[in-house]
Design a protein around this ligand. Structure first.
Ligand SMILES: Nc1ncnc2c1ncn2[C@@H]1O[C@H](COP(=O)(O)OP(=O)(O)OP(=O)(O)O)[C@@H](O)[C@H]1O
Length: 293
């Protein structure tokens, strides 16, 4: 039997959720272990928020779902001691002063460390007397992140956390997540449409579309599973026996994505420029109707 520290933080089997005739989640299997930063990526309406809401115990579902070995729908309070959830980092109550915010979170969360929050705040130009609605979006993001980082949780669930923020603030948010929150004992489950930006901090990516998981991949495996070939328009590479997943015509060049890593890579090396596809390449390839992935 697994000890609690080895047990997966999230263990989902056959999870389904329907809204009337609409299947928002369709037999989803997903496990998130300790030390993972998992990106849940999918097009609009794919089921990402529904999945996170189920994980947070906010909706009833069919199938099996355990978070820290508990059923989140019926044991939400106990589960919340171990995790934090953020839907939008710029959504703090505007009328509160920073001081009141810390008092509020302290009262709400048993594992909020006010001294840690104060120490993190002192590294910014935000003061306890500032009202949240007088802060810029970037400062609000920073403040939100400080309140999260000061909560001693094991799992952070982020649903489109940096939507509407500029690239500098988004990058700062991601870097701080990795530097200040993440370690081998903690995990992050994050959804975002900014696939290219999140790529570098993920340890694993899970694609979801129409309520189903379409790809579940360790980031370290990406180069072994897919290869991208760039050729000049008009050239006709020899592709016999290769599994083409997606073809994209661009001005002056064609991009081709194939299944397979090292072997495919060496076969294609003479045909054009060979690279590992980005997550965004893969996302488009897999979610384009008619693709072979
Ligand atoms: N409360 C609801 N009532 C009815 N249908 C819903 C409800 N919530 C979600 N849905 C439907 O379930 C499907 C999945 O929605 P969900 O919000 O989980 O997608 P998403 O991947 O988070 O999308 P987005 O990237 O656009 O936020 C969609 O078809 C959506 O219309």
């Amino acid at each position: 039997m697994q000890s609690p520290s080895q047990a997966p933080m999230i263990e989902i089997t056959g999870l389904s959720k329907s809204y009337g005739a609409k299947k928002a989640l369709d037999a989803v299997d997903l496990t998130v272990g300790r030390g993972e930063i998992v990106g849940l990526i999918g097009p609009n309406g794919a089921g990402k928020s529904t999945l996170l809401a189920a994980v947070m115990g906010l909706l009833a579902y069919s199938g099996s779902l355990q978070v820290f070995g508990r059923d989140p729908f019926h044991q939400r309070a106990a589960m919340l001691e171990h995790m934090s959830y953020i839907a939008d980092v710029a959504s703090l109550p505007g009328w509160m002063k920073v001081r009141d915010l810390f008092i509020f979170v302290d009262a709400m969360h048993p594992r909020f460390d006010r001294d840690k929050a104060m120490s993190l705040l002192s590294a910014t130009n935000i003061t306890l007397n500032d009202r949240v609605d007088t802060l810029s979006k970037g400062m609000k993001t920073r403040l939100h992140l400080i309140t999260i980082l000061a909560i001693d949780t094991d799992l952070l669930v982020l649903d489109e956390p940096t939507i509407g923020l500029d690239v500098l603030v988004r990058r700062d948010f991601q870097d701080r997540l990795v530097q200040d929150f993440y370690n081998q004992q903690r995990s992050i489950l994050i959804t975002t449409h900014q696939v290219d930006e999140i790529e570098n901090i993920l340890t694993r990516v899970v694609f979801i579309n129409q309520g189903r998981i379409t790809l579940d991949l360790e980031m370290a495996e990406l180069r072994d599973r897919f290869t991208k070939l760039l050729v000049t328009t008009g050239e006709t590479p020899v592709l016999d026996g290769l599994e083409l997943v997606h073809r994209r015509e661009l001005p002056g060049r064609v991009e081709l994505i194939f299944k397979g890593g090292e072997g495919v890579n060496s076969r294609l090396a003479t045909q054009g420029e060979v690279v590992t596809p980005s997550l965004e390449d893969l996302f488009v390839a897999i979610n384009t109707p008619g693709s072979q992935a």
